[in-house]
Design a protein around this ligand. Sequence first.
Ligand code: ZN
Length: 151
Amino acid sequence: MKNRYSPIEGRAVELDDVDWVPFPDALSAGGIRWKLLNVAPELGSWAAIFDCPAGSSFNSHHHIGPGEYLLTKGRMEVRGGKDDGGETVNAPAYGYEATSAFHGKTYFPVDSEFYMTFLGPLQFVDESGGKTHALVTWDVVQHAWDGAQAA
Ligand code: ZN
């Protein structure tokens, strides 16, 4: 139902109605798949669920805004994992990543799945954190998702 005070409508997504698609190889390794659940231009945010096979990882990135996740299955090594000053979390787990968090390599040692809301873009960079490879804003995410659906 439309909110009488706002032109913005809510939505609900039943996950089984959406097919997994490969997450771009330029941003990850090891066969990660994703489902885009929502973009909210009014917040600059986007929400997605990721299927991460054992041994997969996301390439180095900065969180330009904060993010919240719910690890629903498996294990995730964030900011280098526990052995390297970061965190290793086992499902079920919630986490908050602060603005400017640098994720050198987010790694999944076992089959894992997590939901995350991103407030603001992700800036993918080289391993040292210097050169920018991609700035992933909500509209870039929507465009990538639409392209995957058309393929
Ligand atoms: Zn991250």
